[in-house]
Design a protein around this ligand. Sequence first.
Ligand SMILES: NC(=O)c1ccc[n+]([C@@H]2O[C@H](COP(=O)([O-])OP(=O)(O)OC[C@H]3O[C@@H](n4cnc5c(N)ncnc54)[C@H](OP(=O)(O)O)[C@@H]3O)[C@@H](O)[C@H]2O)c1
Length: 318
Amino acid sequence: MNTKQLGKSNVKVSDQIFGCWAIGGTYFTGAEDEKSIAAIREAVDHGITSLDTAYIYGNGHSEQIVGQAVKGYDREKLTIITKLWKTWMAKDLVETACDQSLKALDMDYIDVYFIHYPSDTGVPIADTMEALMKLKEKGKIRCIGVSNFSKDQLMEACKYGQIDVIQPCYSLVWRFLDLEEMDYCIQNQIGIISYCTLAQGILTGKFNKDTRFSKEDGRSRAPLFQSPYFEGALDVVDRLRPFAQKYDVTLAQLSIRWVMQKEGITAPIVGAKSPAQVQDNRKASSFVLSDSDFAAIDEISKAFAYQLPRFKTFFTAK
Ligand SMILES: NC(=O)c1ccc[n+]([C@@H]2O[C@H](COP(=O)([O-])OP(=O)(O)OC[C@H]3O[C@@H](n4cnc5c(N)ncnc54)[C@H](OP(=O)(O)O)[C@@H]3O)[C@@H](O)[C@H]2O)c1
């Protein structure tokens, strides 16, 4: 698997990143720790050596599972990405939050530490960045990223320290990143690792219009899983099927591959709950879409994604 550099930092990520939200046991249902550990090892053993987690994914549970799964692996070959939650953004709380994540991970440094969301309680970004820059000087983190920031919020954060990577939502059915942040990042050498690459399973082709989620599964409330957007996204999936057939790949592999080839994207983050899902997804690294097929898929994607209302996040409509 190829590795790519994040922004101007010396941190490298694998061309796909394993997403560890589901294994934290929140939002998605049905995660089992043993299976999660096996899934992470399946990923790392096959070159997906970058793991994206966050303290909020089960209040440290996802980080603990990551720590357990990679025991015995060469730490220097791994890229560990985790995130600072909103309630810990005040200057005097950032280091405590970082220490808490390090403890859960059972590690002594984090490769990429993200601000998970912009503050919704008015904490000045200058304060959070000042504290993060100190963590960098101390060697507790290697580089800083911001997630779910608008272009203006990103530009503001950049005034107070080096931002090497952003983490937005991006897939064939979710493309608000194209509006502003994508070009800014390309022009300013800021990496992009994007999430919900499979639209939480929609782009694997395993759902149909009768699919229903339990109340406990966050997808039951996510905008793209509601009518008429769900049917529209499923229609995109149907239009992708001939391309999957042509390349003899699964829809998951095709959808991941397209994001991997999109200019500006450093690497997509792909969540998985089992070794079997990892085995499927990792094969996206083993083929290349032709320019004309890439462009044809782009058109199918835009026809749907560019007419979506501007939802607040993938998970909340307002
Ligand atoms: N920064 C942020 O605010 C933010 C937000 C969201 C996510 N993220 C990161 O991005 C990662 C990826 O996003 P995500 O996990 O929400 O969504 P995703 O990668 O689009 O979808 C992951 C889910 O799809 C299903 N799946 C995966 N591979 C499959 C396959 N080959 N066949 C069938 N089903 C498959 C699994 O759920 P089921 O088996 O239950 O269907 C899995 O949990 C997260 O884990 C997290 O690390 C970050």
